[in-house]
Design a protein around this ligand. Structure first.
Ligand code: 1PR
Length: 542
């Protein structure tokens, strides 16, 4: 058998990372462009992102379904990922009228969001209850991102001959992976699950997963559910010498305090991303903070940064900055969706939208909370799924003397203002904090959730670069107004700050920048601290 792996490229999404992961374990990727190509495939991977119905109808209309069935029936190795796994079941409540392949009896429903954030985003277990399944390890964590799941009912799939790995989210047990004979399917993304995920792809490539399938494992007991996510953030811009550097501001001012006022240079983007990955960062976020003015979009340096990073960093990559409808240097109009597409094709898993989200939210309220499907958030989430769209918020605290002194959502603060004001609200800003708008964070959060954003990256200009800890009041206020996950950002100065934000607020993830760039602490030290406080974290597997 050759080392070729055929990958079906039929829906929008980040298939580059999958190709990079296959290559990292010694495989060669061949793309399936038409159903006949499947006949020549020795091993086939069916990825999938976005909506169940969209994936199924794409497969159906391009006439892939009979060829996929024939490949499986011939006993040839077959792997399905995320919505690819979902496609093997009978149906999903996401699109109840669209049938799945029906190779596995069972159906998908949405996670219950009464007590927890949905989508389920982050690192969770794939516990095989002591059985071999393509190199899955009971103590490893795998990267999941999905809103629909197959509920796990003990014995049901096993009775059909499947070996099953499960995850637990809140009080819901769900199917994390299944395998039988030549088929393996994972709800998590092995290509985004670090070394633990690469092991699964390697077992598929080498055929060793199939050999031992269902044998009893010896070894350590499984660990619990979703971990606390620690994210490393890299603000990137060109400095006055024209070099692309990672920088970091104090309350968004990225220039040195010395007379020359140079842009603070803290290192090179690709090198730092790799360093944080190896320290155990659960995700890496790049924010292009100057949007590289006067550069043709197809050549923006961040595309190359993403291409290079995604070859060696196997955790989710987010890119933000400049994602809006724009005009290229030659006068061509380019939509936000087209810009996002360039980023996804270069290895990004999520895009983060800042200024444009505030303007879109203003429009949403101006027209009486109606949606027309034309905002960047709606267009990108429709094409790539909600999980691919993060909204980055840059709020500033505004003090008021009384709870009802403004129409905005206020909170009673433990840190009164300069005139002893006991209440405050948070005003949204655009253009990197340069312009403040008459919109509060709660309004923004609700509007972008309605538009289809999958996650909020909640910065805080007052805390940015201060090392004073996260603004817990802000985070609790926003978190209580939406169901989507919230990433706490700005102010991390020591590992205890990460502990406080997870202990005292329901934040889903916490992000640090300066603390890591200035080498005050490593990501691993932050995680060791969280673990010592009894919090579940993921460790880097070398
Ligand atoms: O408006 O869609 O073009 O996006 C621009 C993006 O660039 C936004 O996400 C905005 O937050 C970001 N941005 C713009 N200007 C700056 C700046 O610093 N001058 N960076 C900037 C924002 C904020 C954080 C930072 C945390 C943690 N960086 O992401 O990493 O505050 O820092 P800390 O841990 O050191 O305290 P658009």
């Amino acid at each position: 058998m050759s080392n070729a792996v055929h990958v079906l490229d039929y829906v929008a999404g980040n298939v580059r990372s999958l190709a990079n992961a296959v290559e990292a374990v010694g495989g060669t990727v061949k793309w399936i462009e038409k159903p006949q190509d499947i006949e020549n495939a020795e091993r086939l991977i069916l990825p999938g992102v976005g909506h169940f119905g969209h994936c199924m109808s794409q497969l159906e209309s391009a006439e892939y379904l009979p060829a996929i069935r024939a490949h499986i029936d011939a006993g040839k190795p077959f792997m399905a990922i995320c919505v690819g796994l979902q496609a093997l079941f009978e149906r999903s409540s996401e699109d109840p009228t669209v049938p799945g392949l029906g190779l596995i009896a069972g159906e998908l429903g949405r996670f219950d969001d009464a007590q927890k954030s949905v989508p389920h985003i982050g690192w969770n277990s794939a516990n095989t209850s002591g059985y071999e399944l393509y190199g899955l390890h009971p103590q490893s964590k795998y990267y999941y991102v999905h809103s629909y799941r197959v509920p796990y009912v003990e014995g049901q799939l096993e009775a059909q001959g499947w070996t099953v790995a499960t995850g637990k989210y809140g009080d819901e047990a769900f199917v994390g992976a299944v395998a039988k004979k030549n088929i393996v399917a994972t709800q998590f993304h092995p290509e985004k699950s670090g070394v633990a995920g690469l092991r699964v792809i390697k077992a598929f490539l080498n055929g060793t997963g199939q050999d031992k399938l269902g044998e009893q494992l010896s070894g350590s007991a499984p660990t619990g559910g979703l971990t606390r996510r620690v994210i490393a953030c890299l603000d990137v811009r060109t400095n006055d010498q024209g070099d692309l550097v990672v920088t970091k501001g104090d309350q968004y001012d990225v220039r040195e305090k010395s007379n020359d006022r140079n842009v603070r240079n803290l290192g090179k983007p690709v090198e730092l991303a790799e360093k944080y990955y190896k320290q155990g960062a659960d995700e890496v976020t790049f924010l292009n903070i100057t949007s590289f003015r006067d550069c043709p979009l197809a050549d923006v340096p961040m595309l190359e940064v993403l291409r290079r990073t995604s070859r060696t960093v196997f955790v989710p990559l987010t890119i933000g900055g400049g994602i809006r409808d724009t005009v290229d240097v030659d006068g061509t109009k380019v939509s936000a969706l087209e810009i996002a597409t360039m980023y996804f094709k270069s290895g990004a898993d999520k895009v983060s939208i800042g200024s444009d989200a505030v303007l879109a939210a203003e429009e949403y309220y101006a027209v009486g909370r109606k949606l027309f499907g034309n905002t960047a958030i709606e267009q990108i989430s429709r094409a790539y799924g909600n999980q691919a769209v993060v909204v980055s918020v840059d709020p500033k605290r505004v003090y008021v003397p009384k709870v009802d002194a403004t129409r905005h959502s206020t909170l009673h603060t433990a840190f009164p203002g300069p005139k002893g004001e006991e209440y405050c609200w948070y005003a949204c800003t655009i253009k990197g904090g340069r312009e403040t708008r008459d919109m509060d964070v709660v309004e923004l959060a609700r509007a972008v959730e309605a538009m289809g954003a999958g996650e909020l990256l909640l910065n805080c200009i007052d805390r940015d670069g201060t090392n004073a800890g996260f603004d817990l009041e802000l985070i609790s206020q926003v978190k209580s107004s939406v169901r989507i996950p919230v990433i706490a950002s700005s102010g991390a100065g020591e590992p205890a700050h990460f502990h406080h934000v997870f202990r005292d607020t329901p934040a889903d993830a916490a992000l640090g920048a300066g603390i890591f760039h200035r080498q005050e602490y490593t990501v691993q030290q932050v995680k060791d601290y969280l673990a010592a406080q009894g919090m579940e974290i993921r460790r880097f597997e070398g």
